[in-house]
Design a protein around this ligand. Structure first.
Ligand code: HDE
Length: 690
């Protein structure tokens, strides 16, 4: 089959129409979808100048008809997403374990399309709710499309696919009132959670700062389920897949996240777009955890239970490749909206495990595309089509784009010399697994321990991160009206860690502590795993980070230039913010260009800020609430603040105290060093955490 044409090739050009030369370029004639050249795209056809519009106006009708049908159903989950093209490059072969070419041909680059999403919100919802991020990668391999459809958290809420509709119904907006949008802080979500002890490990993750990432370029990705690798001898090895961001992990602070949501609805999508446009291509390492069936038997948990992870300290990660996202889609709808992932899209040499959540997913993704994309031929849409040859005898259906030739559309047949045939070489094979037992609606006993890994996660965090988890629980449960639901959740927390339960109960003014529910299996003390922290995985870098420099008329141009140069050299992007977008008149009379106007560029969208002001500029901005909030929030969100004397005067006016993270720009090296991290010690001085 031939490769699909790119959408760029599809412009219809009316025969014989003249192209228009303008200052902006050369334009083809505007036509209808039938190729008819349109003379007037401003006025519909009227019976007379003041008269009614005529039904005859097929040009109007075609245009409105198409517009009326521009939308397709959004994804039932993960509706809000950002996608980009890129490539995967293998650096270490797994030949011993698998026949999959993508995992054995070192140096080979495979094209891919990655979509990162939130889960609960609709397609028009904000980028920054507290939510899990979907992390879906479609590899267009030589042996067919392989979709690794994961999340930025290595475990999930539930152990069995049959609970998924309940979980999602509970998390999404409540059905009678139609809100809240993209938020778990409401009654139905926590009601369901309080009655689903298997979700407790995931609850620890979602209440951590993992669900409020600074950038989609700074999240990890996980395949979650165990898969199998199959080698040439037919032997299978279990595997877990991991993505690790080159820029390190980084999250925002909850108060900051709430304000980012107001400042920039599209904060993550814009960040990804700007990074790719600037040539700062987002990159992840691809790593695997490999283990045998016998090793798995010895784990103190069942790896087929998707609420469990395999600590890196138990089975180390082996980095085998990298993914680079280097091309923004040509058209958002055609690519990011229409891309259809499916965990059942595998290549030879990779197979599923019996994880019951994965097994349910194998049905759902293909099925949902029929509602969403409307046709069994959705695989022909360019972003979904394999880039290797594919041929079979499936035919017809809505929007069939191919024109299969010949008399024969069945197999076996003796009438065609060219029709595709089943082939045993290089074909997909299923691992031969010998398992016996009784049929039934059964949850294995090995899935009974719901608290040990939740406890391990909480106890592995730094003190700052533990405080954020406890405070997030207080925040969310404070939005839950029924007291019995709050109590039930705090009861579960007692099975995770007594001090966590006490802190959350304290934050809710809940006294006495509710009883802990009985546990189906004893809670085990597992060794702490520092790899579960975010702070431990942050990098001291300004790469991929943004510095905002607040200036006004009268600012010191030489200092602005010096700070900007130092930040750029350290890898940051730099934006100059001023009261007026047209620029600021510097102390030396020159005009300084301004990238963003103050009211539209609060400090929450930067990782560190510098404030460079004349005395007059400082006193003018002292009467400007946006400027006061700019420095107060930068301080409150634990950012480094570089100041000259005018900047210090503004901080003073805003009653922002001085600490080790407020740095005189005379010493711009110290400022740049401080800008590479957050001032964690400051936190206790700016907010009360649980
Ligand atoms: Fe999904 N999920 N899911 N999911 N999921 C969908 O497929 C589903 C689960 C994930 O960017 C849907 O095309 C079931 C786990 C991502 O287009 C749907 C179950 C994980 C995306 C669906 C799960 C995911 C989806 C909606 C429980 C992490 C976005 C639209 C058995 C490993 C893909 C679509 C994109 C999307 C079903 C659980 C990740 C309805 C039934 C666990 C990243 O088919």
């Amino acid at each position: 089959m031939s490769k699909s044409k790119s959408p760029k090739d599809e412009i219809h050009v009316g025969a014989g129409g003249e192209w228009h030369q303008t200052a902006g370029g050369k334009h083809p004639p505007l036509t209808t979808n039938q190729g008819l050249i349109i003379a007037d795209n401003q006025n519909s056809l009227k019976a007379n100048p003041n008269g009614p519009t005529l039904l005859e106006d097929f040009i109007l009708r075609e245009k409105i008809f198409h517009f009326d049908h521009e939308r397709i159903p959004e994804r039932v989950v993960h509706a809000r997403g950002t996608g980009a093209h890129g490539f995967f490059e293998l650096t270490h072969s797994l030949e011993q374990y698998t026949t999959a070419k993508i995992l054995t041909e070192v140096g080979e680059k495979t094209e891919l399309f990655t979509r990162i999403s939130t889960v609960a919100g609709g397609s028009g919802s904000v980028d920054t709710p507290r939510d899990v991020r979907g992390f879906a990668v479609k590899f267009y391999t030589k042996e067919g499309n392989w979709d690794l459809v994961g999340n930025n958290i290595p475990v999930f809420f539930i152990q069995d696919a049959i609970k998924f509709p309940d979980l999602i119904h509970a998390a999404k907006m409540e059905p009678d009132r139609g809100f809240p949008q993209a938020a778990t802080a409401h009654d139905t979500f926590w009601d369901f959670i309080s009655m689903t002890p298997e979700s407790m490990h995931m609850v620890m993750w979602i209440m951590s700062d993992r669900t409020i990432p600074r950038s989609l370029r700074m999240i990890e990705g996980f395949g979650i389920h165990s898969f199998r690798l199959l080698n040439a001898a037919g032997e299978s090895t279990f595997v877990k897949f991991h993505w690790r961001p080159k820029l390190g992990l980084q999250s925002t602070i909850w108060d900051e996240t709430v304000k980012i949501t107001g400042a920039d609805h599209d904060f993550h999508r814009r960040d990804m777009f700007e990074a790719i446009e600037a040539g700062n291509f987002p990159e992840w390492e691809f790593a695997v955890q490999l283990f045998t069936e016998a090793e798995a038997e010895a784990f103190p948990f069942d790896h087929l239970d998707p609420t469990k992870l395999i600590p890196e300290e138990l089975v180390p990660l082996q980095v085998i490749g990298r993914m680079v996202l280097d091309r923004w889609p040509t058209n958002f709808f055609a690519e990011t909206e229409q891309v259809a992932y499916c965990p059942a899209n595998l290549v030879p040499g990779i197979d599923f495990s019996n994880d019951p959540l994965l097994q349910g997913r194998l049905f759902s993704y293909l099925d949902t595309q029929l509602s969403r994309l409307g046709s069994p031929n959705f695989h022909q849409i360019p972003v979904n089509a394999p880039k290797c040859p594919f041929a079979n005898l499936q035919r017809d259906g809505h929007m069939q784009m191919a024109q299969p030739a010949g008399q024969v559309n069945y197999e076996p047949n003796s009438l065609s010399a060219t029709s595709p045939r089943e082939t045993s070489t290089a074909a997909f094979r299923t691992a031969a697994v010998a398992k016996t037992g009784e049929k039934g609606r059964i949850r294995p006993e090995s899935f009974a321990d719901h608290y040990s890994q939740a406890r391990q996660f909480f106890l592995s965090q730094t003190g700052y991160e533990q405080a954020h988890i406890a405070s997030a629980l207080v925040f969310e449960l404070s939005k839950v009206v029924p007291i019995h639901v709050r109590e039930a959740v705090v009861g579960h927390l007692r099975n995770i860690d007594e001090s966590l339960a006490q802190r959350v109960a304290g934050g809710l003014a809940m006294d006495p502590l509710p009883a802990a529910p009985p546990t189906a299996a004893p809670v085990q003390d597992m060794p702490p795993s520092p790899a579960l922290q975010i702070i431990g995985k942050m990098k001291d870098t300004l790469d991929g980070r943004a510095l905002g420099i607040l200036i006004a008329d009268g600012s010191d141009g030489a200092l602005i230039a010096r700070v900007k140069k130092a930040a750029l050299a350290a890898g940051a992007s730099v934006k100059i913010i001023g009261p007026k977008v047209g620029g600021a008149k510097l102390a030396d009379g020159k005009l300084q260009a301004v990238d963003k106007q103050l009211a539209g560029a609060p400090s929450v969208i930067f990782d560190a800020v510098a404030v460079i002001l004349s005395d007059v500029g400082a006193s003018e901005l002292a009467a400007e609430s946006a400027a006061i909030d700019f420095v107060r929030d930068a301080f409150g969100h634990l950012k480094a603040i570089g100041v000259d004397p005018g900047g210090a005067a503004l901080l003073n006016a805003a009653q922002v105290p001085t600490d080790a993270g407020v740095i005189d720009l005379k010493n711009e090296k110290s400022f740049i060093a401080a800008a590479k991290t957050r001032q964690w010690d400051r936190e206790k001085t700016v907010r009360t955490l649980a």
